[in-house]
Design a protein around this ligand. Structure first.
Ligand SMILES: Cc1cc2nc3c(=O)[nH]c(=O)nc-3n(C[C@H](O)[C@H](O)[C@H](O)COP(=O)(O)OP(=O)(O)OC[C@H]3O[C@@H](n4cnc5c(N)ncnc54)[C@H](O)[C@@H]3O)c2cc1C
Length: 258
């Protein structure tokens, strides 16, 4: 019989290939067992080892999903990422990292080479719901999720996708149903986390007449708070009609490094 406090090891994935998609987005293709790839997403609790650490001490995962950290220094940071693509058949999972600076995850991605390793503690949903009319609003960090939501949306879906990026060279191909308008918002030199582009763009949208509508929002936390308040207030969206989550916090690491 398994002990109630039994843990399982995390899934370790190995870098297979790296593609610089835009000046600030690095796509890392990871490989692992088909089961590990299937479990790695769409959102991922990613365990990122310190750059140049040849022997990270991975945590384990308890039966209730809790991460059980080794005692003492382990050199591993927990961050949330999105599997832009998961293909258990080819044993591949693809993550787009925004290279924003020297946080553990961005630094790991900048230094990653084929053969580098990272681990997955678990996967979760994106938080979207099927609806006839979709509002998607996010920045570069949300683009992998927006790509996936649009790719999986039924062809008859209508709506708007607002994507804030640094400039034209950060735009990516974004296949979408014909009725979904894609609008790229360029920061044009304003640092990430300091722009009001997303909030302004949402504020300029009238609530669509469709009752069957859903809004999905992810970006820097303060921007998301503003958009969420607008959608709840002016658009009158109830909890079941929106998912608005801060994907990162300006000036703050997402969690401590061990
Ligand atoms: C569910 C979920 C899914 C996510 N998916 C993705 C994804 O697919 N791709 C992706 O790149 N990110 C994604 N993110 C965001 C990512 O987790 C954060 O950007 C995270 O802070 C990166 O960790 P780090 O170790 O590089 O930096 P941290 O140690 O967390 O932060 C260090 C410093 O960098 C700053 N910082 C963090 N992110 C950014 C940024 N994007 N631009 C500018 N400054 C920043 C912080 O404010 C802080 O000052 C996701 C977040 C969530 C919650």
């Amino acid at each position: 019989m398994t002990a109630p406090d039994a843990t399982r090891p995390v899934d370790v994935l190995t870098v297979e290939a790296i593609v610089d998609v835009t000046p600030s987005v690095r796509r890392v293709v990871l490989t692992g067992t088909p089961e590990a790839v299937a479990a790695a997403g769409p959102t991922i609790s990613l365990l990122v080892p310190r750059v140049d650490d040849p022997a990270p001490r991975w945590p384990a995962v308890a039966r209730d999903g809790r991460i059980v950290w080794p005692t003492g220094s382990h050199g591993v940071s927990l961050r949330s990422y999105t599997a832009r693509r998961q293909d258990p058949g080819r044993a591949e999972v693809e993550i787009d990292f925004v290279l924003h600076g020297d946080g553990p995850a961005a630094a790991w991605a900048a230094a990653a080479r084929p053969g580098s390793v990272v681990a997955v503690a678990g996967g979760g949903p994106l938080g979207e719901r099927p609806a006839g009319w979709l509002l998607l609003a996010g920045d570069e960090t949300a683009l992998p999720a927006i790509t996936r939501i649009l790719a999986e949306a039924p062809p008859a879906t209508r709506g708007v996708a607002l994507v804030e990026v640094a400039g034209a060279d950060e735009e990516q191909p974004l296949p979408a149903p014909e009725g979904v308008a894609i609008r790229w918002l360029h920061r044009n030199g304003t640092p990430p986390g300091e722009s009001t582009l997303l909030a302004d763009a949402v504020a300029a949208l009238d609530r669509p007449a469709a009752e069957d509508l859903f809004a999905w929002v992810a970006a820097e936390s303060a921007a998301v708070r503003t958009v969420r308040a607008d959608l709840r207030g002016r658009w009158g969206l109830g909890r079941a009609q929106h998912h608005a989550i801060g994907y990162w916090r300006r000036g703050r690491a997402m969690s401590p490094t061990g």
